[in-house]
Design a protein. Structure first.
Length: 128
């Protein structure tokens, strides 16, 4: 399969015109995909997501969820109670994204060991 990307001039704002750069910039960070994958289990509270991801800080999880909400992948619902109950759910757009990312997740799981071995075997070239 051959894919092409539109060229972007260095120092320009043309990158935001490229759908691939624009979307991957939002979901390609360290945490977004993990949060989205946990939300495939259904609606979850902040604390449940925090425990599920594990090594994410509270601040970073809040920031990630805000970005995912801004992009339309997640909805946030606040229930009036003391303390307030906040729940996060995948939107139809979020579900459609996960459908397309599921093969990537499966590929990563299948090839993780080979990738780790390649990293271990890699010898960087000597600079001249």
């Amino acid at each position: 399969m051959k894919m092409s990307l539109p060229p972007v001039q260095r120092g320009s704002d043309q990158a935001e015109l490229c759908p691939i750069r624009d979307v991957l910039d939002r979901i390609g960070d360290r945490w977004s995909l993990l949060v989205l994958l946990h939300l495939t289990q259904g609606t979850q509270r902040f604390s449940v997501l925090k425990r599920a991801v594990g090594d994410i800080s509270q601040r970073m999880l809040a920031q990630t969820l805000r970005t995912l909400e801004q992009e339309g992948f997640v909805t946030r619902q606040v229930h009036p109670s003391v303390p307030p109950k906040v729940e996060y759910t995948l939107t139809p757009l979020g579900h459609s994204l996960i459908e397309h990312l599921a093969p990537l997740v499966s590929w990563a799981e299948s090839h993780h060991q080979a990738i780790k071995m390649a990293r271990k075997a890699y010898v960087p070239p000597v600079s001249a």
